[in-house]
Design a protein around this ligand. Structure first.
Ligand code: AMP
Length: 396
């Protein structure tokens, strides 16, 4: 039996997919339907096979229609996607709360549980559910598996996940640290242990997932023991449009100043981080501005690298021994400048960057000098492959 898995990542108005072999990692097609359900615009579908992309304007008023668009793309542009060839459909689900420590085979009870978690992830879980429902309708006899972004962080010890807030908030409102980007942290931390030539169970690493969203994770012996995002993906590192760590007094201060709560939510999700500091959330543009001598961009780079280095330092304490650091996701993989700035701040840990190794693009490699006390690596992430592998593992 092949290990062909269709990985779906459904957002509120988009449906991303990849068809791949979970054993070999070979991708046979990928694509996305965007602007699903937008009243004023046609949806757009892009389907890529062997590097050739086909783009079409399509009708996709909801995720069921978007799923049909995907099936049509496979039928028209290939490869054939027959249910009998498909081992499973693997779904990315953002929030599994404390209900899911591992992937779950989707049934009605799992769907109800994901629904129940919507208050914890109002921007993400509804879209994820719409994708699951559409895929169940399209492939009624194919196993469907939900892989949760939060699950990898369910190994956090109580002292790392508990907030020092009233008991009622913790018990009734489920306030605790959950963490996100779990599939990426799982994939990259395991891969880094392999690259270091060590057994995962005896390796302590920090993974820096630095994309438009960004988080750090401390992973001890394959189990996550701390991570920088909590209830929502706002806390921790400075991101493209989100601020990371803030004083909890900020909302009440701004409310007293007359800022409506909706503006506050919007500003924290879409108008903060790099965008709030420089006007753009595109890190390439921030780097261009730094080159051009823009003081706001230079300050932004300092703030971003300072925050990341502080997290690495605190996670070195949490881990007790640090065997390696991984840089991953768009910025972590592509930006030698940011890696150099972060590593330069970690001299206390005996870390020394090697400028030649650090230069250049996203290939998997060590970027520190041979005499660096802790090696740092670029490890490209692959969340789709991780979802496919976890999907296969739970079914096998
Ligand atoms: P992701 O969310 O992982 O796709 O990462 C998106 C971020 O990576 C954006 O801020 C991009 O500007 C940044 N990025 C992508 N390519 C590069 C590059 N060559 N140099 C610097 N940043 C990059």
């Amino acid at each position: 039996m092949s290990a062909l898995v269709l990985v779906l990542n459904a957002g509120s108005s988009s449906l991303k997919y990849q068809l791949l072999d979970a054993d070999s990692g070979t991708v046979s097609a990928s694509g996305v339907v965007e602007r699903i359900g937008e009243p004023d615009a046609k949806a757009v579908a892009r389907h890529t096979v062997s590097g050739e992309a086909t783009t079409r304007d399509v009708d996709a008023p909801d995720h069921h229609a978007a799923m049909r668009v995907v099936l049509d793309a496979f039928a028209t542009d290939g490869p054939p996607l027959r249910p009998q060839d498909l081992y499973a459909v693997g779904h990315r689900v953002v929030h599994g709360g404390d209900l899911f420590r591992s992937p779950a085979i989707v049934d009605d009870a799992v769907i109800d549980a994901i629904e129940d978690l919507v208050p914890l992830a109002p921007l993400h879980n509804p879209g994820n559910l719409a994708g699951i429902r559409a895929a169940r309708a399209a492939f009624p006899t194919t196993p469907q598996v939900a892989v949760f972004d939060t699950a990898f962080h369910q190994t956090l010890p109580p002292h790392a996940f508990t907030y020092a807030v009233p008991r009622e908030w913790r018990e009734r409102h489920r306030v605790r640290r959950y963490g996100f980007h779990g599939t990426s942290h799982a994939f990259v931390s395991r891969r880094l242990a392999t690259l270091l030539g060590r057994d995962v169970s005896e390796t302590n690493v920090v993974v820096l997932h630095l994309g438009n969203g960004a988080s750090a994770a401390a992973v001890a012996g394959g189990a996550c023991i701390d991570t920088s995002m909590w209830l929502s993906p706002l806390e921790g590192l400075v991101m493209g449009t989100r601020p990371g760590d803030l004083d909890p007094a900020l909302p009440s201060h701004l409310a007293r100043e007359g800022v409506p709560i909706e503006d506050y939510d919007r500003a924290l999700n879409a108008g903060s981080g790099l965008r709030g500091l420089t006007g753009t959330n595109d890190f390439r543009e921030v780097e261009r501005l730094v080159e051009a001598g823009d003081p706001d961009a230079a300050l932004a780079l300092d703030i971003v690298s300072y925050r990341i280095a502080k997290y690495v330092g605190s996670y070195a304490v949490a881990l007790g021994r640090l065997d390696g650091i991984a840089f991953t996701a768009g910025i972590g993989e592509h930006s030698p400048r940011l890696r150099a700035e972060v590593l330069a701040r970690l001299g206390l840990l005996g870390i020394r960057v090697d400028a030649d190794r650090n230069a250049g693009g996203p290939s998997e490699r060590v970027v520190t000098a041979d005499d660096s006390a802790v090696p740092a690596w670029v490890v490209p992430t692959n969340e789709e492959l991780e979802i496919a592998r976890q999907t296969l593992a739970v079914l096998r």
